[in-house]
Design a protein around this ligand. Structure first.
Ligand SMILES: *Cc1c(COP(=O)(O)O)cnc(C)c1O
Length: 384
């Protein structure tokens, strides 16, 4: 296998003519923001996942911030999440002054381990932020049971899992609030964008106020003129534009096709890599259907006598855009300075040292998948 002529990134968007036309139509319309497309997009996502309400945000991180606000997380409250995630799943707790508590992962699914969650619950625990890592849903029944017993709010980080199912139900209808991200590498894109889905009207109302400065137009009395509005709480400007929502609406039409292609590619990888000594392919539980946002393998450093860094660099040298998702969040200097010690989640740390993300996105051809497989086998010194 020689160097690919073009760089194969680990993930990227799929944009077609319908997406382009949808954006153009909105550009030529009256409203570039605060127009009709936002609500249409919210309604379509809510319907797709089977939730009552949806609130669009400027990005997924802003949406998580909103969810923490709506959940009433404040200074002194503890929130449990996984260390194997993008930092935003933890940072959002810090935005509202809460304390992040990391619970270790399950070594089979790499998702947060329910027994670890239970061991971290204290009288200060207010919420859990489980993450559907790589697109495989967490054990939602188990998490909702824990949350009922301890009166906790569950904010599911579904940045990877729009379109994935848990026991036949789409992610987005079962937790108290579920966050989706529409960053270009995610299941569908709006450029930047995010959303919260919920079945609670109370959360829905709070999220809408928070997204737009805390502005309420419904609380004014009839003596006031039509210009009148009130700031009823401290909100932000976290609005999505109609241009973004127009792209999202068009993208959502294709999500099942995207996921089907992602699944095909994952199956190809599984078949090609399953029997390679030292490689552990990701395991899917029977009750879940992953959205396959990421394809993350484990390189067993007891079997493979080449450091991951060398494998990574040789693959990059062949123009294969391997990546690593994610370093344990509390290893970041910001969290180290807050006092989190290395070693608090040993399974997550062990997992991280061996993790490698292979390219996976709907636009990949079978030949691209085989380029990755061949490059990996060559790097590991395996005859092909
Ligand atoms: C992408 C991502 C986010 C944040 O979403 P943005 O839209 O990029 O702000 C949060 N959590 C996880 C797990 C993510 O992958």
């Amino acid at each position: 296998m020689s160097k690919r002529s073009s760089f194969l990134s680990y993930g990227r968007q799929t944009i077609d003519e319908a997406d382009i036309q949808s954006v153009i139509d909105t550009l030529l319309s009256t409203n570039l923001t605060q127009g009709p497309k936002i609500e249409e997009f919210e309604n379509d996502v809510a319907k797709y996942v089977g939730a009552k309400y949806a609130v669009a945000f400027s990005n997924g991180t802003a949406a998580l911030h909103g969810a923490c606000y709506a959940a009433g997380i404040e200074v002194g409250d503890e929130v449990i999440t996984t260390p194997i995630t993008f930092a935003a799943s933890a940072n959002c707790v810090r935005y509202v002054g809460g304390t992040v508590v990391f619970a270790d992962i399950d070594p089979v699914t790499y998702n947060i381990d329910l027994k670890e969650i239970e061991s971290k619950i204290t009288s200060k625990t207010k919420a859990i932020i489980p993450v559907d890592f790589t697109g495989q849903p967490v054990d939602l029944d188990g998490i909702m049971e824990i949350s009922k017993e301890h009166k906790l709010v569950v904010i599911e980080d579904g940045a990877h899992s729009l379109g994935a199912t848990y026991k036949g139900k789409k992610v987005g209808s079962q937790a108290d609030m579920t966050m989706f991200s529409f960053h270009p590498v995610k299941p569908i894109t709006t450029g930047e964008g995010g959303m919260i889905t919920t079945n609670s009207v109370a959360y829905y109302e709070k999220l809408k106020l928070f997204r737009s400065h805390g502005i309420s137009k419904t609380s004014y009395s009839s003596e006031q003129g039509d210009w009148y509005y009130e700031i009823t709480g401290l909100g932000f400007n976290y609005r999505m534009t109609d241009i973004q929502a127009a792209l999202g609406l068009s993208q959502l039409n294709k999500i099942d096709v995207f996921i089907e292609r992602r699944r095909e590619i994952a199956i190809m990888y599984n078949e090609q890599l399953n029997n390679v000594p030292g490689i552990k392919v990701p395991k899917q539980l029977n009750e879940t259907e992953s959205g396959w946002h990421l394809y993350s393998i484990q390189l067993d450093q007891n079997v493979i006598n080449k450091p991951r860094k060398e494998i990574f660099e040789e693959m990059r040298g062949l123009n294969i855009g391997v990546h690593v998702h994610y370093m344990p969040v509390y290893w970041h200097p910001y969290y180290q300075e807050l006092g989190y010690k290395r070693g608090i989640c040993p399974k997550a740390e062990y997992w991280y040292e061996q993790a490698l993300t292979l390219p996976l996105f709907p636009g990949m051809q079978d030949e691209d998948v085989m380029d990755v497989v061949k490059a990996l086998k060559m790097t590991l010194g395996i005859q092909i």
